[in-house]
Write a protein that binds this ligand. Structure first.
Ligand SMILES: [Zn+2]
Ligand SMILES: [Zn+2]
Length: 394
């Protein structure tokens, strides 16, 4: 199978699917029209599927027995943004927009579904196509996994990609790959410091939660600078603090909340443990009490060495060498692709796409004027197909 030839044959279809999907952006887990659109195409291609995570789709292309199963993931959700492009295929859903390029991800994966299902008699092993909701919100990947998207047949390797301009240095039409940690984990916490309110002129009769909160916040900032290996990136940002009503009143309580980003699981666990310890013990030392809420969200995106090597081999068959770029620095942003990579060895890559709006400006992801360059869509499909081919046909 000549992968590039096969993909080029359906390039216009992939672009059209993207445009049709672009017009029906939906949010979170409620991707009813999008899911129906994908299901209709899969039925047309003769691909088996079932529904999971409300509107997600677990599809399988069964080849001959004896080979591995390759999982390929696309996120399908859009954002609550009012689209301000002048595209002829702009959003028909008021207040919602595909402003991250997940319409392109869905279309590229449909291209994979079409090509690989047409060639399934040549496959030794299977292909699992994962169309998931809620990447932008609470992580559709998690319920997709809980509902079996990596099982039956069991997925041996998983791959996903993101289009756009998320990483500096990956320009239009280029493929960015990275070994090891690529994107951060994200957790958040909220702490209520409970003191004893009273007159600001009589502090000895009060327990001042403002002073105690200041001490906790300052001490928390020492976790990154004094307790984490300085070669490991980590961020703790306290973005909210609330307490007090007037200059001469010591308030009853103060609340503050923050976000935690790390690349390594050991750091993630350390930060959680230490925030809780510091908050508790500083409060006790000052006669106060704390209530701590700590929520863990996406783990970090960590690419498997061997699978990434195999991916680079696939990329070389699709684009010229100078358009394959190794990403040197991870970012502290997140992606729920991490959940799959936590379960199964795999890799996440970037497909560079820089599209100027009609005013000549390239707008970033999540901007009401964000757009993608449709001329690179075939590259995404081709890389996925080539990757699967290497495991299942060569
Ligand atoms: Zn996004
Ligand atoms: Zn995205």
């Amino acid at each position: 199978m000549d992968v590039i030839k096969e993909v080029k044959k359906i390039e216009n279809q992939i672009i059209n699917w993207r445009r049709e999907l672009h017009q029906i952006p939906e949010y979170d887990f409620d991707l009813y029209e999008t899911s129906e659109y994908v299901q209709k195409k899969l039925t047309e291609f003769g691909v088996d599927y079932r529904i999971a995570a409300k509107t997600g789709i677990i599809a399988t292309i069964f080849g001959e027995d004896g080979g591995p199963t390759i999982g390929i993931r696309a996120d399908m959700d859009a954002l609550p943004i009012k689209e301000e492009t002048n595209l002829p295929f702009k959003s028909k859903k008021e207040g919602y927009m595909h402003a991250c390029g997940h319409d392109a991800h869905t279309a590229m994966l449909l291209g994979v579904a079409k090509i690989l299902s047409e060639n399934k008699t040549k496959l030794t092993g299977n292909v699992r196509l994962i169309f998931q909701p809620a990447e932008e919100t609470t992580g559709g990947a998690k319920p997709m996994i809980e509902e079996g998207c990596l099982r039956n047949p069991d997925v041996d390797y998983v791959i996903g990609g993101h289009i756009g301009s998320l990483f500096n240095g990956i320009t239009d039409g280029q493929i960015g790959f990275k070994y090891g940690p690529m994107m951060a984990s994200v957790d958040s916490f909220s702490i209520v410091v409970k003191g004893k309110g009273g007159h600001g002129a009589l502090p000895h009769l009060c327990i001042d939660p403002i002073v105690i909160s200041s001490e906790i916040i300052t001490s928390i900032q020492k976790i990154v600078s004094r307790e984490i290996n300085p070669t490991h990136p980590a961020v703790i940002t306290i973005g909210m603090i609330e307490g007090g009503t007037y200059v001469n009143i010591v308030p009853e309580e103060v609340t503050f909340s923050g976000t935690v980003r790390t690349l390594y699981e050991e750091d993630r666990n350390l930060v959680e443990k230490r925030i809780k310890e510091i908050a508790n013990e500083v409060a006790v030392a000052n006669r106060a009490r704390v209530e701590i809420e700590y929520n863990k969200y996406y783990p970090s995106v960590i690419n498997d060495e061997k699978v990434t090597k195999e991916f680079v081999k696939a990329a070389k068959k699709v684009v010229d060498l100078e358009n394959i770029v190794e990403i040197r620095e991870p970012t502290m942003t997140t992606d729920d692709m991490a959940y799959y990579l936590n379960e199964v060895p795999g890799t996440y890559f970037m497909l560079g796409s820089l599209k100027e709006a009609d005013d000549g400006i390239i707008y970033p992801h999540h901007n009401p004027r964000f757009d993608i360059n449709e001329d690179v869509l075939w590259i995404g499909t081709a890389v996925f197909v080539q990757f699967a081919k290497q495991y299942l046909m060569d």
